[in-house]
Design a protein around this ligand. Structure first.
Ligand code: MCN
Length: 782
């Protein structure tokens, strides 16, 4: 009996890693082209200023400088500027459309705004010449704080608008007014979800090649969305799609920040055409800090209404989103995503949500791992814990009383989403059992009794929306040797699609993994695609690959039946061989199928190529979920916090590769914990980014992140053939509130009610002092 290869659900090491860890990966900066020149970009050092004079003469006369350009020249070369904020839906009660030219003219609006470009024969000469450009700025007042930006008379970021409101979005379901009117308990929290700076290992980078006759571009970009970049460039460069090839080679991390269309992706091809030379730009680390989009940046004002048993009956939410100085690709969508997901895993029938997007003189904000859902999980999970503490209920108990029960799926939220499937209590129970929750609570009580360092136990149950459509391309083709070639419209930056897509195809075709080649990230090779973001690739891109592999297998069975002169119903495929049931000696291999298809031996309905490339169009999004528990201790004398255990149970439906999924959970949790403890973008009141390098922006080392105890439950999605939900962002979403809940849990008895992230020792120490004096004022017994 030939063993049947099983690949879906199996731990397989990533096929892409040997090349990457031995330095054989080809990133944008590795692309070598003859006669290449290099671009350096001059950026505003100020948050808000008028450009009075730009003197480029010193730069132009430097050796080996090929070109210096400012907005007056360069902005004329585009057929249209970037246009964002188009077609906002009807929940947007204030909508703005936004135009952005590649270089700032007249006014700069954030420190990092590109003002001029220099091209030279080597990158250092380009940088030197950029430094020689003299710019006279007239400083203008800045507005850095989003709430201050809403005040009448605040400096306007976009001077053609009547306020700094970039958008206003509202959605309501049920009877929120009634719920709050009848509530036994109402709690209110003001939460800050601080601005974060994405830190991919590879900075952003673009290389562009222009060929004349006809006008044709090849653009290599460290992007998550090569096809969308091409679509946008068609109109901006004024060249048909067939003459723009965008390639995302190896991309060293993106975390959402490379799912944008950036001005450098416009500048480089324009300059390459002007100069007739290929060009490269690689962001310096400092540039990446100021001029790549930032993430988060929300203030959440949340109120919960509950009855006397702790059953939550309503949520009232106002979100202020710091959009920064420009709209980028999806800036106005992130805040509404938070509002839509704000009821979390709970059956809260009444919700009123409002989101106000505000412009400030900072880098634009865009999706960053989780994109709106970490903020949602943070606000609802912090609020549930707060309510539990106020009602003197165990945080586990309050969650159990409010979970959406399994029999209610598909479940409609009051914010008009439909959760596909879920088993929230089961995930929490599993985490509690793995942790030994009761023992942890006993230790907490013992420590309190004996005056030891307080122990905190933080629980966060999350659900997230992922698997965004509207479609994804996938194709499977059998070559004359019987091997499979897979093309995918997803474009990974470390998520391992080479491995998991090959697993799907090998599983269905019953072939060795080595017989499956996966290609992505090149618009000339892959005709269309949407891209990799929003943890959409497995549920949407993986499903496209899955469906097409099935079509190819079924056609191959017909071909085998023809070659063996057997009825199709009698055919079977096992161990990579086709045979007639009961006659295992007469077999056809994939190689024979490949040969036959490419010969003239088959009738016309079976001849030709053996391939399938139907897009997969999901009918709705899918909703992964899980439960994270953090146990930590805090030294009240110093504010030092140490995580002692970290247990997570994540459910992303059917799993393709448990090893990759675990890696995604570890990476995601590290980022979420890092938001809770270490990271935060800080601008001063003049618009300077104070945390503009790794010296003052903490990206944690391995020893600053705990060991993870990660487990899974598997609740398949009914919405795709794989049953898969995404996992790329899940643990980022669950981890941040787990850590902050744990820290507040540790210090509640000291009068601490809320801690703002990042939880630095100083901020914890100050909160303890403030909590103590507030408790003394109240006459509490500490
Ligand atoms: N997977 C699986 N079984 C599932 C779900 C996923 O085996 N049920 C596998 C997939 O096949 C894929 C990986 O897990 O190999 C992640 O899949 P998915 O959750 O669909 O996420 P995407 O591939 O769409 O990746 C996007 C997601 C996002 S939005 C961010 S941000 C993020 C992340 O992935 N950025 C990352 N993970 C990252 N990992 C790395 N190394 N670098 C980044 O920049």
């Amino acid at each position: 009996m030939v063993p049947i290869p099983q690949f879906i659900g199996v731990e397989i090491k990533r096929r892409e890693d040997p090349a990457l860890i031995t330095g054989r990966g080809q990133y944008v900066a590795d692309i070598q082209l003859e006669n290449m020149a290099f671009v350096s970009i001059v950026r505003s050092p100020y948050g808000h200023a008028r450009l009075l004079d730009i003197d480029t003469t010193r730069a132009e006369t430097q050796p080996d400088v090929l070109l210096v350009a400012t907005s007056d020249k360069l902005n004329q070369w585009v057929h249209r500027p970037l246009q964002f904020g188009k077609n906002l839906g009807h929940d947007y009660v204030v909508k703005r459309e936004y135009l952005r030219y590649p270089l700032a003219s007249e006014i700069v609006r954030y420190a990092g705004d590109p003002v001029a470009v220099v091209v030279a024969t080597d990158p250092y000469k380009a940088a030197d010449a950029a430094n020689a450009i003299q710019i006279d700025y007239e400083l203008l007042p800045v507005v850095m704080d989003p709430e201050a930006a809403l005040e009448p008379g605040a400096p306007l970021v976009e001077k053609s608008w009547d306020s700094n409101i970039a958008y206003r979005w509202k959605r309501e379901g049920g009877d929120c007014e009634g719920a709050f009117g009848q509530a036994d308990n109402v709690i209110e929290l003001r939460l800050s979800n601080q601005r974060l700076i994405p830190n991919a290992m590879e900075p952003r980078a673009v290389t562009a090649l222009h060929e004349q006759d006809p006008d044709r571009f090849t653009i290599w970009s460290a992007t998550q969305i090569p096809h969308m970049v091409r679509t946008e460039l068609v109109e901006i460069l004024g060249v048909p799609k067939e003459r723009i090839r965008v390639i995302a080679p190896e991309v060293g991390g993106g975390f959402g920040a490379k799912a944008n269309i950036y001005v450098e992706e416009i500048l480089l091809p324009l300059l390459a055409r002007e100069l007739g030379r290929p060009l490269r730009w690689v962001a310096t680390k400092t540039e990446d800090f100021v001029a790549t989009v930032h993430g988060r940046g929300q203030i959440d004002l949340v109120r919960l209404a509950a009855d006397s048993s702790g059953k939550v009956t309503g949520i009232d939410l106002k979100i202020i989103v710091d959009c920064g100085a420009y709209f980028d690709r999806v800036t106005p969508y992130v805040g509404p995503l938070t509002a839509m997901m704000s009821t979390g895993v709970y059956d809260i029938p009444n919700a009123r949500t409002e989101v106000i997007g505000v412009m400030t003189h900072k880098a634009p904000t865009e999706p960053y791992r989780g994109a709106g859902r970490p903020e949602a999980a943070y606000l609802i999970e912090r609020a549930m814990d707060h309510l539990a503490h106020e009602l003197n209920l165990d945080p586990v108990e309050i969650r159990r009383r409010n979970f959406i029960p399994p029999e209610r799926f598909p479940y409609k939220t009051p914010t008009r989403l439909t959760y596909d499937s879920g088993a929230y209590k089961a995930a929490l129970d599993c985490a509690l059992q793995k942790l030994d929750y009761l023992a942890a609570r006993e230790e907490q009580a013992w420590r309190k009794l004996h005056g030891k360092k307080p122990l905190g136990i933080g629980i966060a149950c999350y659900v997230e929306i992922c698997g965004f459509g509207p479609w994804e391309y996938g194709s499977v083709r059998i070559d004359p040797e019987g091997k499979a070639l897979v093309l995918t419209g997803t474009s990974p930056q470390g998520q391992g699609h080479h491995t998991t897509w090959a697993q799907i195809v090998a599983h269905i075709l019953q072939v060795p993994l080595e017989d499956v080649t996966v290609k992505h990230g090149d618009t000339q090779v892959v005709p269309r695609g949407t891209g990799t973001f929003g943890s959409r690739s497995a549920p949407v891109g993986g499903s496209a690959v899955y469906r097409n592999a099935e079509v190819v297998r079924d056609r191959a069975i017909k071909i085998a039946a023809h070659l063996l002169e057997a009825a199709i119903e009698d055919m079977t495929l096992e161990g990579g061989r086709f045979f007639v049931r009961g006659s295992p000696m007469r077999t056809i291999t994939w190689q024979q199928i490949g040969e036959a298809v490419h010969s003239d031996r088959l009738p016309s309905d079976l001849a030709g190529s053996l391939s399938s490339d139907e897009d997969f169009k999901p009918e709705d999004e899918t909703y992964p979920f899980g439960a994270h528990i953090c146990v930590l201790e805090i030294d009240p004398e110093t504010g030092q916090l140490q995580i002692l255990r970290y247990v997570s149970v994540d459910d992303c439906g059917r799993v393709i590769n448990p090893l990759i999924v675990r890696g995604q959970i570890h990476g995601g949790a590290a980022q979420g914990i890092s938001q809770a403890l270490y990271e935060g973008a800080v601008y001063d009141e003049n618009g300077n980014l104070l945390t503009g390098s790794l010296v003052n922006y903490t990206v944690p080392r391995a020893d600053q992140i705990p060991s993870f105890e990660s487990y899974r439950t598997e609740t398949p999605s009914p919405l795709n053939p794989l049953g898969a939900k995404g996992i790329g962002e899940a643990a980022t979403i669950g981890s941040t509130p787990a850590v902050v809940n744990a820290a507040v849990d540790a210090l509640w008895h000291l009068g601490v009610r809320q801690l703002d992230m990042p939880l630095t020792p100083e901020s914890i120490w100050r909160a303890i002092q403030a909590g103590r004096s507030a408790a003394v004022d109240r006459g509490d017994d500490l």
